[in-house]
Each structure stands twice: as C-alpha cells, then as structure tokens.
Design a protein around this ligand. Structure first.
Ligand code: ZN
Length: 377
C-alpha cells in the first residue's frame, strides 16, 4: 500500500503536467474535432504505458469519439472504469479560466469534471506496469464523448460494457471527497403550446394565447413536485410570442425532472401526457422522455462502498458517501444490476463553473484507492 502512495507521491509532478495537458485540449460536447483531439491524446498516453493494451476509438458522428482501453485480458469478467471526455465549457473558455495551480488547487475547464480523473485511471495502469502487477481481472476503461448532454450515443456502449463487467467504478467527480452511492434519475421534456395569433388591439378575442396557456401549464407542472419522495419537477427555460402587439401563437418551455424511483418517474411522465389545455383552442405538445434511471443505493452498491471505505481507512484516508441529484452514466450501469460505485474522482469543487478545480494533495490517495480497488476486485 505504502508503495502505491509513495509511487504516486513521487510521480505527482508528472501526473499534474499530464492533467494540465488534457485540460488544455478543449472538448465540449458536440465538438467533434476537440473530442477527437482529447481521445487521441489519451490513446497516445495509454500506448506509452507498458502492458498488454487494446485501444478502440469509436466514431460518434456529430459528437466526437468514444474511447475504450482494454488492459490485462483474461477469461475473467473485467472491472469497468467509466468516465467521459466531454466538458460543458464552450471552446475559448480557457482564455477566461486558464489552466493553473493556486493554493494547492488545480483550476481549468473540465479539470474536476472529469479530465483529471481520466489521467488518474491511466496513472493507475502505469503503476501496475511499473510494479509488474497483473490485476486479477481485466480492466476496461470506457470514456464516452457525450455524457454531459445525456449520452445519446454513448449509452449503448456503456450498457454493453457494463453488462459484461464484474463491477463498475465510475470516476466522476466526488462530492467533497465523498463517493456517490445514490444518484437521482433524470428526464428532459419540452412542452409546446400552439395557440391562435390575432391583433392584440383590433380583435384580441379571435386569438388564443400560447403564452397564457403555458403560464397556466407551468403552475400545474410544478404541483407534480414531491420533495419528500425526492421528486423534483422544474421548468427551467421559457420562450414565446413574436412581438408586443400580437396575441402569441407559440410558446415552449423546458422541464427538468429528477426522481429516486421508477414509480415516481412513471407518475410524472403519465401526468405530463395527460395535461389538458385550459383554453381548448390551444394545442399542447409534450416532447421528451425519461433519460437516465436512478442509481439506487442497493445492497450491491453499499457492499462496494464498504470495501472502498476499508481500503481507504488502511492508509488513514476517510472515505464518506453521499446521494446526489445529478445523474451520470453510472445510472445506466446501476439499472443493469451491476455493482457500481460512483464519484471516485478526485476531491475538488465547482463542477460546470469557471471555478472548477481539483485538490492536488488528493492525487496520491485517490490513485492508491483506485489501484487497490482494482487489485482486490
Ligand atoms: Zn462528469
């Protein structure tokens, strides 16, 4: 154990440099060129590590490239390390938020969510190579390129690799160092109202306002919230109308839905599809669906967490757990019944903001934890 800690401590400067290199490659979701550059960098790094690795780059048209690294092949079911190469930051954001270290924090676009953790996965493989260790199970690293926007192209890969895996370690950001043993499921919907346009001054009675209708529907939609059961339903954007003297014919709003059980998801979805217009001349159109199922804190999840906690305690590293509202690709894995532990990434904060950072001092400990988890699986 000490060996791993020492190794990652001694190589920390190089690890930091690699994190900075990957963070510098901007790869927002749907940026094909950026995605390909990030995947190419990772593939190159993986090739430099000694070991029996197979690298697959999978094109996702209009999105970028998914990447799979298969290490230590054998007949055993693999350990799946899951992550993503896309970030939420549009290209050019690094001018506003330069990659840098201040007060022991490494700042940069996508550093915390989750490029530093991609490097961490590679560093663990590198350590195995240096120590001449072959883990008892093959290790599969799967990095999707559209996780931040719902994994529409990555989902199938995630499910395929997860179904074949013994366990899945999701290297998404931690919550203040704590791993995530529960995540809410998510749904994304758009409600459109189609009314009848009319002159707002000359003959308003002939019009049917799409804006008024959507305002009333939004109030109705918000009554579906049930905080006690962990269900949240929020209209997050609204748009409608054309100009100030026309009764608006069109309006639309985006609805964010989060839930902790499939039953709740069904309740909300069915309510959405049974909405009736307040003004019968207006037509309602609901688009969208439940996207990710919840990651429930099942016995298998708790067992894996307990194992990680014990390993961490072995080198005086306290590993807490938490349940969060945000979903990840770990949700798809959990739905298959595969034991999953999420939020194994480095301590830090500020996901999806210009203040995102990782704590440099956490690197050796987190890498050691990941290495030991793989060795003991
Ligand atoms: Zn992420």
């Amino acid at each position: 154990m000490q060996n791993f800690l020492d190794f990652f401590q001694n190589t920390q400067e190089r690890i930091i440099r690699r994190i900075q290199q990957l963070v510098e490659i901007e790869s927002p979701s749907r940026d094909e060129a950026g995605s390909r550059m990030a995947a190419a960098w990772i593939a190159d790094e993986a090739r430099k590590i000694s070991g029996d690795f197979k690298i697959e780059r999978i094109l996702a048209e209009s999105y970028g490239e998914h990447l799979i690294v298969r290490a230590f092949p054998s007949e055993q079911k693999p350990v799946l390390l899951l992550g993503h190469t896309d970030t939420v930051h549009p290209r050019g954001t690094k001018e506003k938020n330069p990659t840098r270290i201040e007060d022991g924090r490494l700042y940069g676009c996508g550093s915390f969510d989750m490029k530093a953790n991609i490097v961490l996965m590679l560093e663990v493989l590198r350590a195995f190579g240096e120590f001449g260790l072959t883990p008892p199970r093959p290790v599969t690293i799967l990095l999707s390129c559209d996780e931040e926007i719902g994994s529409y192209t990555g989902k199938e890969l995630v499910e395929r690799e997860a179904a074949a895996a013994e366990i899945c370690l999701v290297c998404e950001p931690s919550a203040g160092g704590r791993v995530k043993t529960g995540r809410k499921g998510t749904g994304m919907f758009i409600l459109k109202t189609h009314g009848i346009p009319a002159h707002a001054g000359l003959e308003p009675e002939k019009g049917a306002s799409a804006v008024l209708e959507i305002a009333r529907q939004i109030q109705k939609i918000h009554t579906l919230n049930n905080l006690k059961r962990g269900t949240t339903v929020n209209v997050c954007t609204i748009a409608g109308g054309t100009t100030s003297n026309v009764i608006p014919a069109e309006a639309a709003c985006e609805i964010d839905v989060r839930f902790t059980s499939g039953k709740e998801a069904e309740r909300v979805e069915s309510a959405f599809h049974n909405l009736k217009p307040f003004d019968e001349r207006v037509r309602l159109e609901m688009i969208g669906a439940i996207n990710r199922p919840p990651l429930e804190r099942t016995k298998a999840v708790v067992k894996l967490y307990e194992k990680a906690r014990k390993i961490a305690a072995g080198f005086d590293y306290e590993l807490g757990e938490t349940q969060v509202g945000g979903a990840s690709d770990g949700n798809f894995v959990a739905a298959l019944g595969v034991p999953v532990l999420d939020g194994l990434g480095l301590a830090g904060d500020g996901a999806h903001t210009l203040d995102e950072y990782i704590l440099v001092e956490d690197i050796p400990k987190r890498a050691t934890l990941l290495a030991k988890l793989i060795l003991e699986s």
